[in-house]
Design a protein around this ligand. Sequence first.
Ligand SMILES: Nc1ncnc2c1ncn2[C@@H]1O[C@H](COP(=O)(O)OP(=O)(O)OP(=O)(O)O)[C@@H](O)[C@H]1O
Ligand SMILES: [Mg+2]
Length: 323
Amino acid sequence: MIDPKTIAEQIKFLLSGTNFANLGTRYEGKVRDNYTNGDRRILITTDRLSAFDRIIALVPFKGEILNGMTKFWFEQTKDICPNYVESYPDPSVIIGKECEPLKVEMVIRAYITGTTTTSAWYNYSNGSRNICGNELPDGLVKNQKLPEVILTPTTKGDHGDHDKNMTPEEIVERGLITQEEWDKLADYTRKLFARGQELADKNGVILVDTKYEFGKDANGEIMLIDEIHTPDSSRYWIKDTYEERMAAGEEPENINKEFLRIWLAEEQGYRGEGVVPEVPEEMLVKTAEKYMQAFELITGQPFVAEVGDTHARIEKNLTPYYL
Ligand SMILES: Nc1ncnc2c1ncn2[C@@H]1O[C@H](COP(=O)(O)OP(=O)(O)OP(=O)(O)O)[C@@H](O)[C@H]1O
Ligand SMILES: [Mg+2]
């Protein structure tokens, strides 16, 4: 892993965003800058970290790490489900098919946890024993493994909207997707997650829960879009320390953005309202280390950082795609 000094030095090259005039129509998501041109979509993963639906900080090397993990997982799962990717022209960039996103987010969970209002633990601890149509037994404790893996789909809220939990029946009744599409998505989701759990486990990591997005390409084929099994879309815990921490009543050791979220909530009292507290350099470096640790553990490969001007590198690598 890279030393903290090198990480700190990269702070001057943090990628806050891009504004390329000649790549297509630009749309800025929370984390990625998107450019579309006909049936092509270019996704540039920036260093933005979002939590509580807000941009909290810029984290050194986060763009490369996230994109690298997505690449790893797309390659590990393409036998299960087709994905939209055509090429990886830069460590932070994916070029792929422009799809029509299906209006549900396929959330799948193996453990009962979470802090937000859509999380399984939030609902369970407030007395609910049915989450998105899944019956849960009494007596579960936070962070415990569920008797079986559950699907807890949400609406894909329009930009800025919060997602809402739904049952498969509601999804189909509302006409968000058809029953046939639901069946296909549910099947893909379970198989993708099973592959993720299996591979993570081999590398000493627990894939706790995740979220997939699917879309239809120009031919109407359903495929996986967006990102997959990144620390932004998934929760990962360290396997080795899970049992002892549970026994001691402690939170599992996580390698995802929960780390900064807990620091914000518990040490800064920030839960999404008002001015975002400034994240000190030391925390940025620690957060970068978490993301790198996640990359290395999960992929089983060393993270090779490209120190230097990220923006200039991307601009150069995308030259062949200028309109
Ligand atoms: N192949 C694809 N075709 C169409 N849209 C896609 C594709 N892959 C990803 N997307 C969309 O591109 C955006 C990626 O940017 P990002 O993840 O930063 O956005 P976000 O802030 O999470 O989401 P939102 O746009 O809903 O606010 C998401 O809106 C995602 O749904
Ligand atoms: Mg997203």
